[in-house]
Design a protein around this ligand. Structure first.
Ligand code: NAD
Length: 498
């Protein structure tokens, strides 16, 4: 069976990992690989390797680091199909969707290619007599990233290209559920001429994460995953004095006004609720029609679309939706559907009995649609992370806005309308980090930054874009006097321009 090892100092190594975890093909339920689960000793070795690499890497000029990023971009672009195949094999999403994921990750590498200008500081002459002052951005040292299963290539690429382009070395702890594509990325980094030890990958679960959080030589932690773990990572990392950004879970609402283009609405619902089997932190999971008639139109338009979703293995080009990632996750999502029925929501389309000939052991679930959900139900309050849509009807715009704002999560939201004034009011007043206007999954492009509000985020900076450049650097401000001049005696008052 294939073994997935840690990647430390430019080599795959099984050092001191005795514990392992199995990796499955979710389309067939077959066990396809075994991944080493790292512990404190693996993290220590990765840190030692990063410390050695940092001595030279941090002294490379930003332009030279950018040149390596250009090379990495070329390699990832040339081998994007290989990465996408691995994503599909272990995650289950369709091949085209996996290619889209790689494409969005590539955009972050492209952003990192511009690092010389992103790192530019500022200079002010004559802040005092013969005194100048300038500020610039210096690397932190060793940064770490902990990533979720749902984007095994894109989310690591949200983090390490910018971190290493800023002059840091990086320790990446990918999800243990689909780690192969992340390992392939690490090989590509080496192939791009980025020295061994600049990027290290330690596989594992909680033990590896805890060793990262408490390691005294790791200066920053980036986390993307569920809210309870994001909250834990934020507190632990901060306790040890680290810079930390922790992105959590979501419950994204799509508000549909009566004047919206209803064809666009139903197509947008299908892609954003059921794409990637709902396993996206920016998936729409709650549709909020404003007015009874709007709700009836949506209901009528989407029932047959959900029933006719082409569900199949991700490698089949005709599949629109693949399986869920693991058997445990499949069971969890099924239990939520059971709970929704018990709680009294109307299960209009029931995906629980879906089965695919030839793939009976795969983790497939049909698309499900609950109507007449209310805000007290757990299927509304909690993140399901599966192909389940809840419709909560609102009487008017203010009801809908209030609902969005009262939810504990604040990752993404969207409004569909043909009224610019309504769209503007919604985007200004919603307490949400990423807002779409007639756009269902408003994931910001690489040169903006990604981040939710409320319990979808803990910590100060968004990921990628300029927010990441600030997160992965420390500000240094230098004040200098030339000519140095002769001392006119000790000054005991606070220097000022008066
Ligand atoms: P998860 O929280 O279970 O795991 C994320 C990472 O944390 C993994 O590397 C995992 O090994 C590690 N981990 C798991 N349990 C841990 C524990 N007890 N202690 C320490 N580390 C632990 O998340 P997941 O299931 O892999 O991914 C899905 C979740 O990620 C969803 O909640 C989704 O909304 C969220 N997500 C959020 C964003 C965002 O940017 N806001 C993006 C993608 C996914």
């Amino acid at each position: 069976m294939k073994k997935i090892e840690h990647f430390i100092g430019g080599n795959f190594t099984s050092i001191t990992s005795k514990e392992t975890s199995l990796v499955y093909n979710p389309a067939t339920g077959e066990n396809i690989a075994e991944v080493s689960l790292g512990n404190e000793s693996c993290i220590n070795q990765a840190v030692e390797s990063a410390k050695v690499a940092f001595q030279k890497w941090s002294l490379e000029t930003p332009l030279n680091r950018a040149r390596k990023m250009f090379k990495l971009k070329e390699i990832v672009e040339t081998r994007k199909d290989d990465l996408a195949k691995l994503i599909t094999l272990e995650h289950g999403k369709t091949f085209d969707d996996a290619l889209g994921e790689v494409g969005r990750g590539l955009e972050v590498i492209e952003f990192a290619c511009g690092i010389p200008s992103h790192l530019a500081g500022n200079f002010t002459s004559d802040v005092g007599t013969a005194v100048d002052s300038w500020s610039d951005y210096r690397p932190i040292g060793i940064c770490a990233g902990i990533t979720p299963f749902n984007f095994p290539v894109m989310v690591p690429l949200w983090m390490f290209p910018i971190a290493i382009a800023c002059g840091n070395c990086f320790i990446l702890k990918p999800s243990e559920r689909d780690p192969s594509s992340t390992s392939m990325l690490a090989e590509m980094v080496l192939e791009a001429g980025i020295p061994p030890g600049v990027l290290n990958v330690v596989n594992g679960g909680k033990s590896a994460v805890d060793a990262i959080l408490s390691h005294p030589d790791i200066g920053s932690v980036s986390f993307v995953g569920s809210t309870p773990i994001a909250h834990y990572v934020y507190h632990e990392a901060a306790k040890y004095g680290k810079k930390v950004q922790a992105m959590g879970g979501a419950k994204n609402h799509m508000v549909v006004m009566p004047d919206a283009d209803m064809d666009l609405v139903s197509d947008s619902i299908m892609g954003s609720v059921f794409g990637s089997a709902g396993e996206r932190c920016m998936a729409i999971s709650v549709v909020v029609p404003v007015g009874q008639e709007t709700g009836e139109i949506i209901r009528k338009n989407i029932i047959s679309k959900i029933e006719n979703l082409k569900i199949g293995p991700g490698i089949d080009p005709s599949s629109e939706m693949g399986p869920l990632v693991t058997k445990d996750h499949l069971n969890k999502v099924r239990q939520y559907i059971d709970k929704g029925v018990q709680e009294g929501a109307e299960l209009v389309v029931d995906g629980r009995n879906f089965s695919l000939q030839g793939y009976e052991n795969g983790y497939f679930l049909g698309g499900s649609f609950f109507d007449h959900v209310n805000t007290n139900m757990s299927i509304y309050k909690e993140e399901i992370f599966g192909p389940v849509m809840s419709m909560v009807r609102a009487n008017d715009f203010n009801d809908a806005l209030d609902m969005v704002n009262k939810h504990e999560y604040g990752n993404g939201t969207a409004i569909f309308t043909s009224d610019g004034g309504v769209a503007r009011k919604f985007s200004n007043e919603c307490q949400i980090g990423m807002v779409g206007i007639n756009v269902p999954i408003p994931v910001p492009v690489a040169y903006h930054s990604f981040g939710g509000w409320k319990r979808s985020v803990f910590g100060g900076h968004g990921v990628y874009g300029m927010e990441a450049v600030r997160f992965y650097t420390r500000l240094k401000t230098i004040t200098g006097r030339w000519p140095a001049g002769k001392s006119s005696g000790a000054q005991y008052t606070f220097p000022s321009n008066n």
